[in-house]
Structure formats: C-alpha cells, structure tokens
Design a protein. Structure first.
Length: 322
C-alpha cells in the first residue's frame, strides 16, 4: 500500500511568506498542504494554489481552536509563520503584537505537546531580535547578544526562547530560524522596498505626484528573495538540529538609500525623494548583516535570486496592480 503523503501545516498561509511557501511545496515536494486562515483573511495571494491547499479557520490566540486544528490535521511538519510582522505597528499597539506573536506560538506548542503526534516545527524568529548591533559585531552570528529595539523585536525574542524552552522541557522538535529581511512579489506595501516600488509604480501610472516619501535611508539591511527563504525553511526542517537557532540571510548588506537608488534606476520617471518624518521610528535598528555560516553548513543552502531580480519583480508586481 502506498504511504500517504506528508502533512504540512502553514500558519499564516494567506500571507506573503506563507503563500510563497505553499507554492514552493506544491511545486517541489509530494506533500499535502494545510493552512490556517482567519475570518477576515485576504485570499488573493493564494490564487495560484487555492484549489490545492486545505484551508482551516483557526484563531491562533484561542487555545481551543488551536487544539482542534492540531488534532484534526495531525501535521508531520509545521511552519509557524503567522505573526504581526510590521515593526512600526508594534509601537502603535504593543499589546496586540505581543499577544498575537507570543500567545499564538504558545498555543501551538501546547496543542502539539498534548496531541502526542510527532511533528517537526519551524518557528519564524527574526534578525530584529539582535536590535542594537555594533559595527564590530557584523556580520552577525547567532551568539550575538539580543538587544531588541521594538516591541516586535521583544515578541520575537520571546518566540525564539520559547522554542528553546519547549524543546528542552518536552523534547518538541522546534527549529528556530532567525531570518533577515526578505522581499519579493506580494510583499505588503508597508515594508520598505515594496513601499518604494509601489510609490514608483503609482507615479509612473500618474496616480500621485512624482515625489517618493521615505524614512531612514541610512539603515543597512541584508535582503534575500522570499523564494530563497521558503526553500531554506524546508531545508531547516529536513536537516537542522531541534532546539537550535540558525541565522538565514544572503550575507549581502546594503544601505536602504542604495537599494532605493537601484529601484529608481529601473524607472524612467523623474522622481524627487522627500523625507517623511512620520516614517521615522522611535529607535531604528541601524545595521542587520547576516552570517549564515551555521545554516549553510548544515543544509547546503545558497540564495539563488540576486537583489536586482527581486527589485525588478517587485516593481513589475506593483505595475500590474496600481
Ligand atoms: N517600512 C519602511 N518605510 N521602512 C523604511 C522607510 C519607509 O518608507 N524608509 C526607510 N525605511 C527603513 C526602516 O527604518 C528600516 O530601517 C528599514 O528601512 C527596513 O524597514 P522594513 O521594511 O519596515 O523592515 P524591518 O527591517 O523593520 O523589519 C523586517 O525585517 C525583519 C527581519 O529583519 C520585517 O519583515 C520583520 O517582520 C522581519 O522580522
């Protein structure tokens, strides 16, 4: 009798990373894909795969709902991507970010623990956990001190350490991935490169004056294409040590100003760049530059999509939509 396919559950499947992961899994692995949705979830990112994934309504903040989810699906692998992921929102509503990100994960761990079903879990932690990083500490290794500079960063530290603790206490198979910035088509328009790309597309379409509004252009980030990231997540659950933590990022750091200039060079529109004080943060993370040696050695992962292609794809994505 043929073995039934592995059951993979993605929390946050309707989001940016979740939808790319679902597509990658269906194209590259023989698995059944399940995903959680909420009542008001927007479904447009799933349009390519909607008829091939199993969607289950679940509020991760609600322990009963999560226990039903795990007991019904009995997943072999879980990718826990659902989160409040935009840093500025975490200053406006810190409680919501902390509750959503921490409680959702605790409920998932508790449900898996009580189900008794063996399951591997990847948890999406973040380079924002490093927060205040000194030049001498870059590129950043996993041992770097965690000095988060936003409630979002703190919520990710909590998620990360809960992953460690549930592994130590109960032997749960949790792999902690600290992912650096990732971009690509479908990225929410609040995030920096997607935001700039959308403003350019809007200007080209005549929807706004030729003025592009920006926040802190001096920050340095390490961008990786989302399609490389979802492949990395699969490898993380295939090869990485449970309980351990892994940085994931390209290792190529770029100043936001330079990334903006690359984007502007992809357009023939004449655009003025203007500082917008509302886009400045109470404390911005100045530099995030990834040392992913541990992850690369464990999995053989290499990013394949250069930043130029990511930028072009994002711009084209918005050009089709504005
Ligand atoms: N969003 C935004 N909008 N950021 C701007 C702007 C702007 O107009 N102008 C400059 N920036 C700067 C921000 O101040 C920040 O230094 C950098 O661009 C990146 O901002 P975001 O794209 O909002 O991402 P992030 O680095 O704060 O967080 C992202 O990466 C983390 C991993 O490092 C998010 O995806 C997090 O969810 C993720 O964990």
């Amino acid at each position: 009798m043929a073995e039934s396919p592995m059951r993979v559950l993605i929390t946050g499947i309707t989001g940016f990373v979740g939808s790319h992961l679902a597509e990658w899994l269906l194209a590259n692995q023989s698995v059944d894909v399940y995903g959680t949705v909420r009542v008001r979830s927007r479904m447009e990112h799933l349009s390519n795969v909607a008829d091939r994934v199993h969607l289950i309504e679940c509020e991760l903040r609600d322990a009963v709902s999560v226990q039903h989810l795990i007991d019904d699906v009995r997943p072999d692998r879980i990718f826990h991507l659902a989160a409040q992921s935009f840093v500025p929102t975490s200053w406006n509503s810190p409680e919501d970010t902390l509750m959503n990100n921490i409680l959702g994960e605790v409920n998932l761990f508790e449900a898996v623990r009580h189900s008794g079903h063996p399951c591997r879990m990847q948890i999406a932690c973040s380079s924002e956990e490093y927060g205040m990083v000194y030049e001498s500490e870059t590129p950043i290794k996993e041992e770097n001190p965690l000095r988060p500079l936003s409630p979002y960063g703190v919520s990710k530290v909590a998620q990360d350490l809960l992953g460690y603790q549930y592994h130590q206490s109960y032997g749960l198979h949790v792999v902690r991935t600290r992912t650096f910035n990732h971009e690509g088509p479908r990225r929410g328009e609040a995030f920096v490169l997607s935001n700039f790309a959308k403003q350019i597309a809007d200007i080209e379409a005549g929807n706004r004056n030729p003025v592009l509004r920006v926040g802190n252009l001096e920050a340095i980030r390490d961008f990786t294409d989302v399609r490389d990231i979802v492949r990395a997540y699969w490898l993380a659950l295939s090869h990485c040590e449970p309980g351990s933590v892994y940085n994931i990022g390209s290792g190529q750091a770029i100043r936001i100003r330079d990334a903006l200039n690359q984007l502007l060079a992809l357009s023939t529109a004449k655009i003025e760049v203007q500082a917008d004080p509302a886009r400045m943060r109470p404390s911005d993370v100045q530099v995030l530059h990834c040392d992913a040696t541990r992850f690369r050695e464990k999995t053989g992962w290499e990013p394949l999509v250069p930043l130029e292609d990511t930028l072009q794809d994002m711009l084209d994505y918005w050009r089709e939509r504005v």
